[in-house]
Design a binder for this molecule. Structure first.
Ligand code: GBH
Length: 429
């Protein structure tokens, strides 16, 4: 069964930041620091999904979707990241999973969508190797409770973005600007993934995936400098997170002066390269790269893409980039590549008569079909997102939902794209 779903994340929709024993996460801390988030917005209330989830499950059902990707807030389950389990936090996800199963919707939870327990941040967060083991312990606790009904699990969401925005540039929590010294945060997330795969399988999980956001990398020109820069960027963005999963090695950074990987210990790569049942891919747009302009000392620079329509966020709309990305992954990893699930694809536009979102989704689904025709095994497509929600550093200013949310009244209003998707799914049968 092909999965047609929609996706959300805990901090972006739940609210109830301090209810029923939940501990603080790094996002609770970060959003309350002045100047971090546009207009000073926080996720304290967000879409109030913690209380309104029955209405949201009904929206998923009524659209005719057969899968729902959500994330579990680690600090709801383990308020200090490790140690005592907060049963009330687990109860919330238990009720949600029951409701999804009753409606015939496949639950696909992600264990980490960036809301690390603050207590673990105080011990170094993902720069601390111990966080990897705590993550696996948390995975076991959740799987113990839910794996009788949850068959499909996703360990991490976008470890690349968490490393770059959270630890290298400091525009996301935990707000560290370490540049290339952020690399241990990549390794410890991947190590945590590998340990969590073992823990999940040991506690009843049938299917385990990871979600990486990948981008086709376009050199700005055919010059040797631009080609080398594009290769360096591809190595950092795509290969750093996929090679260890499917080749069991890290790419070689030495040619780019991008720092050593001396925090990698014997046996780590074997742990990371656990066989997976699928690869989740989040696709938004390609990236065009030129040689370094002397900025942050990096061996590349984002040259920007022109000549395509853009979303309200300013991101270029390039549906064929999805086909290009999938075909590239297949040729790079061959038979080592597991089945692919598009775990996020979507766009920011204002308004409820969102014809641009319809064009966007229609184009990307066609590109997915084309990739399948070219031999890529794609088994699911999840629209980001069900609801307009807390868009990280942009607060509530960017709206990605199929359903409009009025953040004063919490009224949900399905957009034109929701009705289009419903009609599309009905025709699929
Ligand atoms: C995802 O990250 C997240 O998983 C999700 O939580 C989030 O809400 C959603 O996407 C929307 O942002 O400047 O043109 O080069 C996506 C990561 C990073 C993808 C920035 C697009 C730059 C576009 N994104 N990237 S561009």
């Amino acid at each position: 069964m092909f999965l047609w779903g929609t996706a959300t994340a805990s901090y972006q929709i739940e609210g109830a930041a301090h209810e029923d024993g939940k501990g603080p996460s790094i996002w609770d801390t970060f959003t309350h620091e002045p100047g971090r988030i546009r207009d000073g917005h926080t996720g304290d209330v967000a879409c109030d999904h913690y209380h309104r989830w029955p209405e949201d499950v009904a929206l998923i059902k009524d659209a005719g979707l057969n899968a729902y990707r959500f994330s579990i807030a680690w600090p709801r389950v383990l308020p200090t990241g490790r140690g005592p389990v907060n049963q009330a936090g687990l109860d919330f996800y238990d009720r949600l999973v029951d409701a999804l199963c009753e409606q015939g919707i496949v639950p696909a939870p992600t264990l980490f969508h960036w809301d690390l327990p603050q207590a673990l941040e105080e011990e170094g967060g993902w720069l601390n190797r111990d966080t990897s083991a705590y993550f696996a312990d948390y995975a076991a606790v959740v799987a113990d409770r839910l794996s009788d009904r949850v068959k499909m699990w996703i360990t991490l969401n976008e470890p690349f973005i968490h490393m770059v925005f959270g630890y290298a540039l400091g525009i996301h929590a935990p707000g560290k600007a370490l540049f290339l010294d952020a690399l241990p945060a990549a390794h410890h997330q991947l190590l945590g993934h590998g340990l969590a795969v073992q823990a999940l399988r040991g506690h009843g999980a049938e299917q385990v995936l990871i979600t990486n956001n990948c981008t086709p990398v376009w050199p700005a020109s055919g010059s040797a400098e631009d080609l080398a820069a594009a290769d360096a960027y591809d190595t950092l963005h795509n290969r750093l997170f996929n090679d260890p999963l499917f080749l069991g090695t890290y790419p070689d950074f030495s040619a780019y002066g991008m720092g050593s990987l001396d925090f990698v210990r014997a046996g780590d790569l074997e742990t990371i390269a656990q066989p997976l049942d699928g690869l989740g891919i989040n696709y938004y747009n390609p990236t065009r790269i030129s040689g370094p302009g002397g900025g942050a000392g990096l061996p590349f620079e984002d040259a920007g893409i022109t000549g395509y329509p853009t979303t309200a966020f300013g991101w270029p709309v390039v549906p064929d980039g999805l086909r290009e990305l999938l075909v590239t992954l297949k040729s790079r990893y061959g038979t080592a590549l597991p089945p692919i699930y598009i775990t996020e694809n979507g766009c920011s536009y204002d308004g409820v008569d969102d014809q641009e979102r319809i064009t966007f989704l229609d184009g990307h689904i066609a590109a997915l079909r084309q990739a399948q025709a070219e031999g890529v095994d794609v088994r699911g497509y999840f629209v980001w997102s069900l609801l307009d929600n807390f868009e990280w550093a942009e607060g509530y200013s960017q709206r990605f939902g199929l359903v409009h949310v009025d953040f004063d009244t919490q009224k949900r209003t399905p957009k034109a794209s929701y009705r289009w998707l419903k009609e599309f799914l009905a025709q699929q049968g």
